[in-house]
Design a protein around this ligand. Structure first.
Ligand SMILES: Cc1cc2nc3c(=O)[nH]c(=O)nc-3n(C[C@H](O)[C@H](O)[C@H](O)COP(=O)(O)OP(=O)(O)OC[C@H]3O[C@@H](n4cnc5c(N)ncnc54)[C@H](O)[C@@H]3O)c2cc1C
Length: 366
């Protein structure tokens, strides 16, 4: 049996960020990942947006770690040559009845300490984005886009240069508490014993917690998978800012937005609907609804939209629930000391990743 000090399950953006942070301070850190390389699930199937922190209720992990995470992420990208663009975004109101929500969003962002928020009128909006229809917009300067693949590559490299290991094709199938820590069993028959165990298994993080005997239903930690699809077009050009509608009132999604990636390609999405099976296939079932959302803020022909990609959100918030925060907790109270669960790390998980890693380090050092 292999003995390690810290074992991290999952090499998405969260597991890699934690590995990078811990490998600077802790001996013998190992990441195990069931796929053959990093970021094969949610971390490479998203909008690649660096969020500002305007949406989330005050004092939640999502609010605090997003505002901190933005700073850490821009700094990391700058120092490590990860391509990014701090392009800013406009949240647009397209009818009078949306205005109260727009003002509320600004107020919420300010409460969360997001700087430089400004409501602009139709003329100002036109000056910034000629093609966009809006009666007013919230201008958010700190929003940007970045290259998530390069980001994860850099995290992997730095982790390995700190003498930690990332081992692929290693699927955790069961976990048992031992006298000194945790014995983890893999599908290839290998066994590892770890003093500290970190669950950053994304869509499967509730199942990992369950393997140790945590009753995820009773603890209200059962994940709901919520799919988000994207359409792309070559017909929209010269957009400088990301364009967002007002978010879904229940907070399930931020609405079908327009992003321009680093190659200046336009992409719309994601939509949001709950699913029961892990399935990344796509068809045009939702195209009409998609188009109806987009057409409110930009004129485009439906036939110019083509299917792009999709991702699946690991949400604690079910279809009938209100807002749920990230669950980040050391489980001594449940009888599992030095076992840290990260469950329900949906958006803005990318933006928060480096701040989440600092939070995990703080938990282990207290
Ligand atoms: C459509 C969509 C759009 C989004 N847009 C944004 C955005 O613009 N900005 C933003 O900040 N956030 C965004 N997010 C959220 C962000 O992508 C996630 O919060 C983040 O990627 C989660 O990373 P993760 O490492 O927790 O999960 P993952 O990337 O899923 O990584 C978990 C890893 O664990 C591995 N694993 C699972 N089970 C096991 C096992 N038994 N054994 C070994 N390994 C295992 C998996 O293979 C996987 O690689 C979006 C998400 C979606 C779905």
């Amino acid at each position: 049996m292999e003995k390690v000090n810290v074992l991290i399950i999952g090499a998405g953006v969260i597991g890699l960020s934690i590995a990078r942070a811990l490998s600077k301070e802790f001996e013998d850190v190992v990441v195990v990942e069931k796929e053959e390389s990093f970021g094969r699930h949610t971390s490479s199937r998203n909008s690649e947006v660096i969020h500002s922190g305007i949406y989330y209720p005050q004092n939640t992990f999502k609010a605090k770690l997003c505002v901190l995470g933005v700073e850490l992420l821009y700094d990391f990208c700058e120092k490590n040559g990860v391509p990014y663009q701090k392009c800013g975004k406009l949240v647009v109101a397209t009818s009078e009845d949306e205005l109260p929500e727009l003002y509320k969003l600004k107020e919420n962002g300010e409460k969360n300490n997001v700087k430089g928020l400004e409501i602009i009128d139709e003329i100002e909006c036109r000056k910034l984005e000629l093609q966009i229809t809006a009666i007013k917009a919230l201008k958010v300067n700190s929003t940007g886009v970045f290259d998530t693949h390069k980001f994860m590559q850099k995290l992997e490299k730095e982790t390995e240069s700190n003498d930690a290991f990332i081992v692929y094709d290693m699927e955790v199938i069961s976990i048992k508490k031992s006298e000194n820590g945790y014995i983890v069993n893999f599908s290839n028959g290998e066994l590892f014993e770890a003093n500290i165990l970190i669950n950053s298994a994304g869509l499967f993080s509730d199942k990992i917690a369950e393997m140790l005997g945590i009753n995820i239903k009773a603890a209200n930690l059962q994940l709901h998978w919520c799919k988000g699809e994207y359409y792309k077009t070559t017909k929209v050009k010269d957009i400088k800012h990301l364009i967002y509608p007002l978010p879904d009132p229940k907070g399930i999604s931020l609405g079908i937005h327009l992003t321009i990636n680093l190659n200046e390609e336009a992409r719309f999405g994601p939509n949001a609907y709950y699913i029961n099976e892990l399935n990344y296939s796509m068809d045009d079932t939702h195209k009409d609804a998609f188009y109806d959302s987009i057409i409110k803020y930009i004129k485009i022909d439906k036939e110019h939209l083509s299917l792009d990609d999709c991702g699946i959100r690991p949400k604690l918030q079910g279809p009938d629930d209100d807002f749920r925060d990230f669950y980040i907790k050391e489980e001594s109270e449940e009888g599992f000391p030095n076992f840290i669960n990260l469950i329900g790390i949906d958006s803005p998980g990318l933006t928060c990743s480096l701040a989440i890693a600092e939070e995990v380090k703080r938990i282990l050092n207290r």
